[in-house]
Design a protein around this ligand. Structure first.
Ligand code: PMP
Length: 355
């Protein structure tokens, strides 16, 4: 401990979803896609020339950025790639926020990495309480004193989406500062604000290959925005790690994003399973928030959130519980394949009936 900086000693790191190895679990705790990556992406991985790995990856990831730009309808100069969208979001702090500035603002219940990034980069932050129904009153975020704001759409862990029709006026009204829109779960909602980045120079949309492209193990995320914002991210990246996206990742992700038809089909299955899961949970006494993501956030009428988590875990099903004010009664359950969801429902029946 003696050798550590004050920062290393005092930070409270983000807690990722558990990955226990004591037995095989039905893993519904980290919002992974239940389906495999596109066959085209798999073929690129299998054909990859390992001899190329003696070289550093293409510095500007031109081919990958080109593929992303084509899929998103923007220019490559509007695309920034990182080692997971977590890294892209983290780089937003040094790129758009001063340590002695007005800080960042975001909801009290949202992706819990935002306050961790702020603390790590020494940026102050304000948390805006969600309404009682867990929706975000965007006017309250607009009114917050801040150098920039973060909004996850759909939000996590609630799953609630904000219609694009509300996002546009919000971005306009926040014209004097950066709006970071985290669209990690947008493939399950389909109201991306990427087209607005052409009009609004303050908007940065952050996306990931982890959820909608079934490539969480690859670690790739990207941002889309005005070239000046992208340059800011590049300056920070190049002051930290110039090659965050490896050669294999660049090739596989480029193939994945080029196979939109495959993912549209698989993600539609996730969405229809989400609706079924919501109905089945409601039939078992759960209150389920309306979700536009690939998970549901649910509270049982009689059994507490921690207890649901523990009982499911004992039966080989992992879900996520957050021991936090306002949401401790809930569990966040990833929408799995039909078989995984059925396993979850049977596990629930086993103890909810007995209890
Ligand atoms: N944003 C949100 C809202 C998330 O839930 C996650 C996943 N934990 C991420 C970003 C980061 O995903 P990744 O780093 O895998 O791209």
């Amino acid at each position: 401990m003696d050798y550590l900086s004050r920062r290393a000693r005092e930070i409270a790191p983000y807690t990722a979803g558990e990955q226990p190895a004591d037995r095989k679990y039905v893993k519904l705790n980290t919002n992974e896609n239940p389906y495999p990556p596109s066959p085209k992406a798999q073929a690129v991985l299998q054909a990859f020339d390992a001899g190329l790995l003696k070289l550093y990856p293409p510095l500007e990831a031109e081919a990958l950025r080109g593929a992303i730009a084509a899929a998103e309808g923007v220019s490559p100069e509007n695309v920034f790639c990182g080692n997971g969208s977590d890294e892209v979001l983290a780089l937003c702090l040094p790129a758009f926020f001063d340590e002695d500035g007005a800080g960042a603002a975001f909801a009290d219940i949202t992706y819990s990495f935002y306050p961790v990034f702020c603390a790590f980069f020494g940026v102050p932050y304000t948390q805006i309480p969600l309404e009682d129904d867990f929706t975000l009153d965007l006017a309250k975020l607009t009114a917050a004193k801040a150098q920039g704001v973060f909004v996850a759409n759909p939000n996590a862990p609630t799953g609630i989406g904000i219609p694009l029709a509300q996002i546009e006026p919000f971005v306009r009204e926040n014209g004097g500062r950066v709006v970071v829109l985290d669209e990690a779960y947008m493939p399950f909602y389909g109201q991306s604000a990427v087209p607005l980045t052409k009009t609004y120079k303050n908007l940065l949309v952050v996306k990931t290959f982890s959820k909608g492209y079934a490539l969480a193990g690859m670690r790739c995320g990207y941002a889309i925005g005005d070239a000046a914002l992208i340059q800011g991210l590049c300056r920070c990246r190049d002051s930290f790690n110039s090659y965050p996206v490896d050669s294999v990742c660049q090739a596989v992700c480029a193939a994945a994003i080029g196979d939109g038809a495959y993912y549209a089909e698989k993600n539609a299955l996730v969405v229809s399973e989400r609706e079924r899961l919501g109905r089945e949970l409601a039939a078992r006494g759960f209150f389920v928030l309306p979700s536009q993501a690939n998970f549901v956030f649910a509270r049982h009428a009689a059994c507490g959130g921690r207890e649901v988590y523990k009982q499911l875990r004992a039966r080989g099903v992992l879900v996520r519980h957050f021991a936090k004010p306002r949401i401790a009664d809930f569990c966040r359950i990833t929408v799995g394949s039909r078989e995984q969801n059925d396993a979850l429902l049977s596990a629930l029946d086993a103890f909810l009936k007995n209890g």
